[in-house]
Ligand binder design. Structure first.
Ligand SMILES: NC(=O)C1=CN([C@@H]2O[C@H](COP(=O)(O)OP(=O)(O)OC[C@H]3O[C@@H](n4cnc5c(N)ncnc54)[C@H](OP(=O)(O)O)[C@@H]3O)[C@@H](O)[C@H]2O)C=CC1
Ligand SMILES: O=C(O)[C@@H]1CCC=N1
Length: 276
């Protein structure tokens, strides 16, 4: 994988998370290029990561073995049509991180029968703690499948889905998921401050508690429900807090939020995929 030349088209939030995670894993900066029309984005990526940046996609992708398409879903059709005539000679592996957009639509925009992997990473890739689901089209051979997996595995957990429709649920769970946990941390921090703690104290305690709970759940053989029960002393404080959360419909609210995200992913596929 370290022999491959990677090119990120679009140097925004997700590209930066992936680039940062790859560099932290030891991937050489001189094998990563990135392009973006926004000079501020280019400068931020060049300064922070020391990778080569380009305003022109054609220049950026010259010599690339892997193209990572990291533009917004709304810009993917135009980008794919722009790239299509430039892909024939080198036939690079294409990896799309776009929410919603189906591989078949993207492949059509790219001219058809491209080695294309659709994936859904998340921003904790930056600290090599990402979670990515991947889906490969029929044109992807074993070596390309391994290459895609090794790139994403360098920044966290990877798994393959064989049924592409599951990507909408993956997006609702792990793609958008970091934002749900960040919101929970924000809310706990604010509530801690409101209860009388200094802001810094509330922040540190909220962050370390989130980290500790996630790490414990990952490392424990017990399911999260059992770990929750061990915090909940009968007649104690946690019991009161959890009763308030359950009374407020916490589980149903989480389910509604994820259904909304899944629906939006499907909607993006329908709306943008129709762009012939
Ligand atoms: N953010 C996240 O947590 C996750 C995002 N994703 C997916 O990643 C993709 C990117 O999202 P995100 O990084 O958040 O978005 P950003 O807007 O932060 O980054 C996208 C970048 O691509 C640039 N861009 C637009 N068109 C082109 C083009 N034709 N060629 C080169 N660069 C271009 C944009 O410039 P400009 O702003 O000037 O248009 C922007 O700087 C999306 O498809 C999203 O669904 C997937 C998983 C998680
Ligand atoms: O909000 C979004 O649409 C993207 C996809 C998953 C996370 N961010």
């Amino acid at each position: 994988m370290n022999e491959s030349q990677l090119c990120f088209i679009g140097a925004g939030n997700m590209a930066r998370s992936l680039i940062g995670g790859l560099l932290a894993d030891g991937f050489p900066a001189d094998r990563i290029r990135a392009s973006d029309p926004d000079a501020g984005q280019r400068e931020a990526v060049a300064q922070r990561f020391g990778v080569q940046v380009f305003a022109d996609n054609a220049e950026a992708l010259a010599g690339a073995h892997v193209l990572i398409l990291a533009v917004k879903p709304q810009g993917l059709a135009a980008l794919a049509r722009e790239l299509a005539p430039q892909l024939d000679a080198a036939n690079p592996l294409l990896i799309s991180v776009a929410a919603g957009i189906r591989a078949s639509d993207l492949d059509r925009w790219l001219g058809g029968n491209r080695p294309l992997v659709r994936c859904m990473p998340n921003t904790p890739a930056l600290v090599q703690s990402g979670a990515t689901a991947l889906y490969a089209t029929a044109a992807v051979n074993d070596a390309q499948r391994n290459l895609a997996e090794s790139i994403l595995r360098a920044v966290g957990l990877t798994l393959w889905v064989e049924d592409e429709t599951q990507m909408d649920a993956v997006t609702a769970l792990s793609g958008s998921g970091p934002a749900y946990f960040f919101l929970m941390i924000e809310a706990m921090q604010q509530a801690g401050t409101d209860l009388g703690l200094p802001a810094d104290t509330a922040r540190l305690l909220a962050l370390q508690t989130a980290f500790g709970a996630a790490r414990m759940a990952l490392e424990s053989e017990d399911p999260p429900g059992r770990l929750r029960e061990r915090v909940t002393s009968p007649g104690g404080t946690t019991e009161r807090a959890l009763a308030a959360l359950e009374d407020g419909g916490f589980r149903a609210l989480v389910a509604r939020a994820m259904q909304a995200a899944q629906a939006r992913s499907r909607e993006l596929a329908e709306q943008l995929g129709a762009d012939a």
